[in-house]
Every structure is written in structure tokens, then in C-alpha cells.
Design a protein around this ligand. Structure first.
Ligand code: G6Q
Length: 543
């Protein structure tokens, strides 16, 4: 059994309801309630969230809300905000909400209010960002910094990389921002090939400061810099660190004075609003960064205080559970209609799939009878329309979609924005209501083409709309997804804050690495496939 909630009466009722619901169409739901488009829409932290085009009736929503109650969601939300050690397998709190709390707040871990320390680091980051942006912080040879390269991976890369692109319109365009993450040397080489070392600042961003990819890239960066500037002393003006591990930072050769800290209660994929966002702050400036935090906080407050029936993260999480556990959906698409949100799906992929891609309950039992996190994927609109949307409209799979858009463009050029948003709205309409064979015949479509050209409709989507893409609306959007993930983790009874599933591959890589180059060939004791791959690589590799 997966969890108490999966064994609950309401879970059974939802299963029965899913069978009864199976013939219901969005056409019928909208016809039965002419105000559905307005009533199933809510406002939260600058976002208007239309969930009316979901395959859910009043009864569905009532049962899902009862499921949230049965899972003890309120108590779990309170436990998160109270700094309890809800990350039980790592014996830690998951108090990322404290990173965006106002200075006056009091949020405790082990009895200590962490908000003053959070603001202390934010103030240090702000002073540093101001001095770099003003050209006061100089490189080793006296030149101002014009390039900022964040070296990190996973949670120490995806957030700042995604947000720096998302908020490019707010950035100081005299600063070039780059993100090096992959251990493939191509990443470092391509991202630095046009940069002048004398004007380049590296942020080595690693919570643990032990991550193979990041430390390898950081050493390569140090060599690149010191070779060009001719002095080891240059490191002091060109390297800063973001970490929780001061000794490891010092061992690497970065003065802990130039380190920006955070805490073990901040998970990597929840760390953008911590010092991990330093590269973003350097790009957009401290004031804009604080607007981002205010947006996060507004959504945190909505999540903490709104009744579940009007609570955006709760409702979206429940709908996701409905699709995944009762209607058989295996994936979830996120489709931002903003070119600068191109990295949002990748960011959310980590957030969702690393948090809830689990098959063990909090109390260590295997989950065999229900599914947990879906495969999250997506692409910026309208590009996706000319690629995979075919499957969304006429494929055999149920893929719930989130459409994300803005009423105002940051680049108002001619008709572009109206056309972009017309496409966004049209997609949700086409998915929901389709086009019948009769309508095609009435248009005179040739009979043999009618089956090919008809659209079943009944394909669910949620539309998230904000006035414009600002630091605040971005922060609120990210917090919305964070809390959606948390709620689903509660319903599936998994720990959304650990990631043991990434460990085994790392351990095996550390065993294989010396076997690739050792001479003579060491005895290989893997399976026959892995042994053969290693031998083939050894044969063809260039030393
Ligand atoms: C995120 C994960 C993971 C982590 C990276 C980088 O939640 O824990 O993606 O962020 O492995 O770790 P470091 O920041 O310790 O280098």
C-alpha cells in the first residue's frame, strides 16, 4: 500500500467517480454551467489561474478537496512553515519559504529565528552586486567586471540560469551572464571562448562544494584565469563562492570572505532565492532581486492562508493527482508563451521529478499500487505548436497542459504579442473543445479526410496569466510550482526533499573513471555490456 490516503475511503470514492466521469466532456461541463470560465478561475499573487478547462466537475473537486483533508495537508503545511524536520531521510527542515520572508518575520529552525541571517546574506550579496555593477569591484589587472560565469550544476545551476534568461529584460546589458554546468569540457570552452579573463568573475556555486562536475569546472576555470593573467593572486579578485561549506571553499583557494552562505535547510532545487541566486542578482541588481523574493513571498502567503478550495497550489496539485492516479496520465506539459521562459520546463522538471519521482513512502514502504510524479516536459510557445502539439491534439495519450502567458509584452513590437497570445488561447480552446466530424462536413471537407481532420477535444489545460513577466510574477510562479510539488508529495506520502536516486550513478562513475585510462587494462568486473562499452572506449579514446 502506498499511503494511508491511498487506502482511504475518499480515494476509493475518487476511483468510482473516475469510472462514472469517463463519458463526461468539457462541452457538457461548460454547457451545464455558463459561468464556469469565471467561477473556476482564481487570483493569486499577481496571477490569474483559469482551471475551468480541466476534466473535473464540482463533485470531482469536492472529492479531491476531501482527499487533501484526509491526507492531513493542513498539518503538513504548518509543519513546513514551522521549520520541522520534514526532510526526514536527511533529518533536515525544508524551510526555503524563510528565504523570501520579510525582515520582520520570525521563522525558526531548532528554536532559532533564521530570518536575520537570511537578510544578513542578502545584504552582503547586495553590497557585492552593487560594487561589481558599479565597476568598483575590479579584476586583478584593474579592469571592471563585465562577465559573470556561474559554475554549478542541478539546483546550483538551473534556477539562476532559467531566471537570468527569464528576466533578461531587467538586466544590465553591459554584463554578460554565462552558466557552466556540464562536466563535458565543451560547456566550459564554448561559454568562455569569447570572454576576456581580465573582466571575468566566476561564481563557484555548490552547496556541498564536493560536486565532481562543479569542482572540475572550477579548477579548469582557475587554470584558464591564472594562465591568462599570469598570477595565482588573481583568484582573489575573480572567484567568489556560494556554499554552505566554508572549509571546502577555503581548501579550493577562495577566501571565505568572498563566500556567500546558505543553510542545510535549503534544498538545491529550492535554492534560487538564496545566495545561489547571486549570478541573477548581479544581472538584474539587488532591487529587482528583492522584487523576485516579494513575489515568492506573496505566493507563500497565499498558499499558507487561502482555504484549500481557493488555493492555487493545492488545486493544481489535486488536479495533477486526479489525472495521474485516476485518469491514467503519465506526463504533464508546461508551455510558457514567452521566449525568455524557454528554460522554465527544464527547471520545473528538476523541481517536480527530483522531488516526487519516488517509490518509497516516508515510512520506508514500497509504493507499488499508485503512480507518483509524472514526466514533466515542455517547450516555449508558439514553437511547440509546430512540433509536438500534434500529439497533444490527436495523440492517444492524456497530457494535461499548463499554458503560461502575459497580457503585456516586454518588447511591444507591432502585432507580435497579440498574435502570440491568440495562439496560446486558441490552443487551450482547441484542446478542450476540438472539432467534430459534423463541423468538418459542414465545411465541405472530403469524407475520407474527416477522421484525420477531426479533433476529439476533451484534452485538459490550465491557463496561468499575469499582467507581465516581472521579477515578482516570476517569483510567484516558481513558488506556485514549489508548493504544488509539496502538496503532491504529501498526497503520495513521499519525501519531496531528498534525492537518493541520483547517488548510485555517481558512485559507479567514480569506480569506472580510473578504469578508462589505467594501463594495463585493469580487470573489469561489471556486467558484460558495461565491460564491453569500457573496452571499446579504451580502444578509441585519445590520451
Ligand atoms: C537538488 C539536488 C542537486 C544539487 C546538485 C548540486 O535539489 O540536490 O541537483 O543541487 O547536485 O549540488 P551542490 O550544490 O552541492 O554542488
Amino acid at each position: 500500500m502506498a499511503s494511508a490516503v491511498a487506502a482511504s475511503k475518499v480515494w476509493g470514492q475518487l476511483s468510482t467517480h473516475a469510472d462514472e466521469f469517463s463519458g463526461t466532456t468539457l462541452h457538457q461541463l461548460f454547457a451545464a454551467d455558463p459561468t464556469r470560465g469565471e467561477s473556476l478561475c482564481l487570483e493569486a499573487a499577481g496571477w490569474s489561474i483559469d482551471y475551468s478547462k480541466n476534466l473535473a466537475s464540482g463533485e470531482t473537486l469536492a472529492l479531491l478537496l476531501a482527499l487533501a483533508e484526509a491526507a492531513g495537508l493542513r498539518r503538513r503545511i504548518d509543519a513546513m512553515f514551522a521549520g520541522e524536520r520534514i526532510n526526514s531521510t536527511e533529518d533536515r527542515a525544508a524551510l526555503h519559504v524563510a528565504l523570501r520572508a520579510p525582515q520582520s518575520a520570525d521563522m525558526r529552525v531548532d528554536g532559532e529565528n533564521v530570518v536575520p541571517a537570511v537578510h544578513g546574506v542578502l545584504d552582503r550579496m547586495s553590497r557585492f552586486a552593487r560594487s561589481v555593477r558599479a565597476g568598483e569591484w575590479r579584476g586583478h589587472s584593474g579592469r571592471a567586471i563585465r562577465n559573470v560565469v556561474n559554475i554549478g550544476i542541478g539546483g546550483s545551476d538551473l534556477g539562476p540560469a532559467m531566471a537570468t534568461q527569464a528576466l533578461a529584460a531587467y538586466a544590465d546589458r553591459n554584463i554578460t551572464s554565462r552558466f557552466v554546468s556540464n562536466i563535458d569540457a565543451t560547456d566550459f570552452a564554448e561559454k568562455t571562448r569569447d570572454l576576456d579573463p581580465a573582466e571575468t568573475l566566476f561564481i563557484v556555486c555548490s552547496k556541498t562544494f564536493t560536486t565532481l562536475e562543479t569542482l572540475t569546472n572550477a579548477r579548469t576555470a582557475r587554470d584558464w584565469l591564472t594562465n591568462a593573467l599570469g598570477s595565482e593572486a588573481a583568484v582573489a579578485r575573480h572567484f567568489v563562492a556560494v556554499s554552505t561549506h566554508a572549509e571546502a571553499v577555503a581548501r579550493f583557494g577562495i577566501d571565505p570572505e568572498n563566500m556567500f552562505g546558505f543553510w542545510d535547510w535549503v534544498g538545491g532545487r529550492y535554492s534560487l532565492p538564496s545566495a545561489v541566486g547571486l549570478s541573477l542578482m548581479l544581472a538584474i541588481g539587488p532591487e529587482r532581486f528583492r522584487e523576485l523574493l516579494a513575489g515568492y513571498h506573496a505566493m507563500d502567503e497565499h498558499f499558507r492562508t487561502a482555504p484549500f478550495a481557493r488555493n492555487a497550489p493545492v488545486l493544481l496539485a489535486l488536479l495533477g493527482v486526479w489525472y495521474g492516479n485516476f485518469l491514467g496520465a503519465g506526463s504533464h506539459a508546461v508551455l510558457p508563451y514567452d521566449a525568455n521562459l524557454a528554460r522554465l520546463p527544464a527547471y520545473l522538471q528538476q523541481l517536480d521529478m527530483e522531488s516526487n519521482g519516488k517509490s518509497t513512502t516516508l515510512d520506508g514502504k514500497p509504493i507499488r499500487d499508485i503512480t507518483t510524479a509524472p514526466i514533466l516536459w515542455g517547450e516555449a510557445g508558439s514553437n511547440g505548436q509546430h512540433a509536438f502539439f500534434q500529439l497533444l491534439h490527436q495523440g492517444t495519450r492524456l497530457v494535461p497542459c499548463d499554458f503560461i502567458g502575459f497580457c503585456q509584452s516586454l518588447h511591444p513590437l507591432g502585432e507580435h504579442h497579440d498574435l502570440l497570445m491568440a495562439n496560446c488561447f486558441a490552443q487551450t480552446e482547441a484542446l478542450a473543445f476540438g472539432k467534430s466530424a459534423d463541423a468538418l462536413r459542414a465545411e465541405g471537407v472530403q469524407e475520407d479526410l474527416v477522421p484525420h481532420r477531426s479533433f476529439s477535444g476533451n484534452r485538459p489545460s490550465t491557463t496561468l496569466l499575469a499582467e507581465s513577466l516581472t521579477p515578482a510574477t516570476l517569483g510567484a510562479l516558481l513558488a506556485l510550482y514549489e508548493h504544488r510539488v509539496f502538496v503532491q508529495g504529501v498526497l503520495w506520502n513521499v519525501n519531496s526533499f531528498d534525492q537518493w536516486g541520483v547517488e548510485l550513478g555517481k558512485q559507479l562513475a567514480s569506480l569506472i573513471a580510473p578504469e578508462l585510462a589505467a594501463e594495463p587494462e585493469p580487470e573489469l568486473s561489471h556486467d558484460s555490456s558495461t565491460n564491453a562499452l569500457i573496452r571499446r572506449y579504451r580502444l578509441l579514446r585519445r590520451s
